[in-house]
Design a protein around this ligand. Structure first.
Ligand SMILES: [Zn+2]
Ligand SMILES: [Zn+2]
Length: 143
């Protein structure tokens, strides 16, 4: 498993089977270098004014299909993307998200153990999303 954080962007994209194009590399670099944690489409579009919006969206979908990004629905109405697995390691790792109802921030809680859900017979799980809603430490006066 690749854990070298110095892995170049190209190697990471290749490793997950994404065909490399100049614009994909640009978008991937921008996400890695400028977006920390969670971002939405509008934020990325602002950082990439020269790139066509539908290209950005399609590229994010490719990254998401290859598990470089996770889509999070935190109830805010705008789809958000999580970038925590963009170092190319543990690309499929799922983690808990916490959404604060006061400051409306959503954060990745990668150290929290995921609960195991056992489904009744006949149900086949394909995807799961853990978003915990509440009040974050800042809004709670604990940070
Ligand atoms: Zn908060
Ligand atoms: Zn996350």
């Amino acid at each position: 498993m690749a854990t070298d954080v110095n892995n170049s962007e190209e190697l990471i994209l290749k490793a997950v089977g994404i065909r490399i194009t100049a614009v994909r590399l640009l978008i991937f670099r921008t996400i890695r270098n400028e977006c920390s944690g969670i971002f939405n489409l509008a934020e990325l579009e602002e950082r990439l004014p020269t790139v066509d919006k539908s290209t950005i969206f399609r590229t994010l979908t490719v990254f998401q299909e290859r598990h470089l990004l996770d889509i999070i629905d935190d109830g805010s109405g705008s789809q958000k993307y999580c970038v925590s697995s963009l170092d190319g390691s543990d690309a499929n790792r799922r983690h808990v998200h916490f959404s604060c109802r006061k400051c409306h921030k959503t954060v990745c809680l990668t150290d929290v153990e995921l609960p195991r859900v056992s489904l009744p017979e006949g149900y086949l799980a394909e995807d799961v999303e853990y978003v915990v809603k509440g009040v974050c430490p800042v809004c709670n006066g604990k940070a």
